[in-house]
Ligand binder design. Structure first.
Ligand SMILES: NC(=O)c1ccc[n+]([C@@H]2O[C@H](COP(=O)([O-])OP(=O)(O)OC[C@H]3O[C@@H](n4cnc5c(N)ncnc54)[C@H](O)[C@@H]3O)[C@@H](O)[C@H]2O)c1
Length: 277
């Protein structure tokens, strides 16, 4: 840690990240470890992959990181995961509610996006997103907050989206030569929009018990998107480009650290200016 930046030091903090093996999860676990934290990598990916990643972090930064299978939609999975964390570290200082289902428009995933517009959008997809992105987030938070209340100390970071504060510009999701117009689906918008309100609810409820709760709003993280998508995005973005995943390191470290000690209930927008016009 550079001299003069000790407020950002995460040494001694135990940080539990859900959905930690995805695009943003991997990057922020690395960032937290680099700033001194003991990271708990949790996901529903195959357990060997989860543990391989936590092992890589432990080796790279020479501090203990552990990997656990934790399905945010299942109370027994949450319970057994939290028990392992408490046995290993005795506490959880920071919870990052990052796991979510998100229709992706990068080359690897764009074909899987259901192109149906709102009026016919399938109920099973809606239910699945509500289950993971809303109920899952609430279940993990309920369980972890019980521990944080015992220590009268805690910090929760809820990962939302710009689509909690502005509408998706559906023109972005046009596919010129393939299926025509594809839509950023309603399930994502609904389930991400609840997060700032839920964050404020928790922030006021637990502020006097030493628990801070904030929302972070990332946007447009580049991950091998089709060229025409990137062009449309860049044209529309005030900064003129997509977000590099590494550009989320600083904002997440800031929220997880004492540098943000006077922030609770806030929405930290990291969108290259997308939502300002
Ligand atoms: N990528 C972006 O551009 C972007 C922009 C704004 C917000 N976000 C938000 O950031 C977060 C991470 O996004 P990402 O791009 O890394 O997504 P990702 O799909 O790469 O990763 C999500 C991870 O969540 C895990 N997951 C899914 N269901 C789960 C469950 N039931 N229990 C536990 N884990 C589960 C997946 O296995 C995956 O590893 C999400 O909340 C997303 O909404 C992403």
């Amino acid at each position: 840690m550079r001299k003069g930046f000790s407020e950002f030091d995460l040494s001694g903090k135990v940080i539990l990240v859900t959905g930690a093996c995805g695009l943003i999860g991997r990057e922020i676990c690395d960032a937290f470890s680099s700033a001194g934290a003991n990271v708990v990598v949790s996901d529903i990916k195959p357990e060997k992959d989860i543990k391989r990643f936590s092992g890589e972090l432990s080796k790279k930064y020479k501090r203990k990181s552990i990997g656990i299978y934790l399905d945010v939609t299942k109370r027994d999975s949450i319970e057994s995961g939290i028990r392992i964390v408490l046995k290993e570290f005795g506490k959880i200082d920071v919870l990052v509610n990052n796991a979510a289902i998100d229709a992706k428009f990068d080359i690897a995933n764009v074909k899987k996006v259901n192109p149906t517009r709102f009026e016919n959008y399938p109920l099973d997809l809606l239910r699945k997103s509500i289950e993971v992105n809303m109920i899952g987030l609430i279940l993990v938070t309920q369980r972890v907050i019980k521990e944080m209340l015992k220590w009268r100390s805690g910090n929760i970071i809820n990962v939302s989206s710009t689509y909690a504060i502005v509408a998706p510009d559906q023109r972005l999701y046009r596919e010129k030569r393939k299926r025509g117009q594809v839509y950023k689906p309603v399930d994502y918008i609904v389930t991400k929009s609840f997060i700032p309100g839920f964050t404020r609810y928790l922030a006021t409820l637990y502020a006097r018990e030493g628990i801070r709760v904030n929302t972070i709003v990332p946007h447009g993280v580049e991950n091998n998107h089709p060229r025409d998508f990137k062009e449309r995005f860049s044209e529309r973005s005030p900064l003129g480009r997509m977000c590099k995943v590494s550009e989320l390191r600083g904002p997440f470290i800031f929220l997880a650290s004492d540098a943000s000690s006077y922030m609770t209930g806030a929405v930290l927008v990291v969108d290259g200016g997308w939502s300002i016009w």
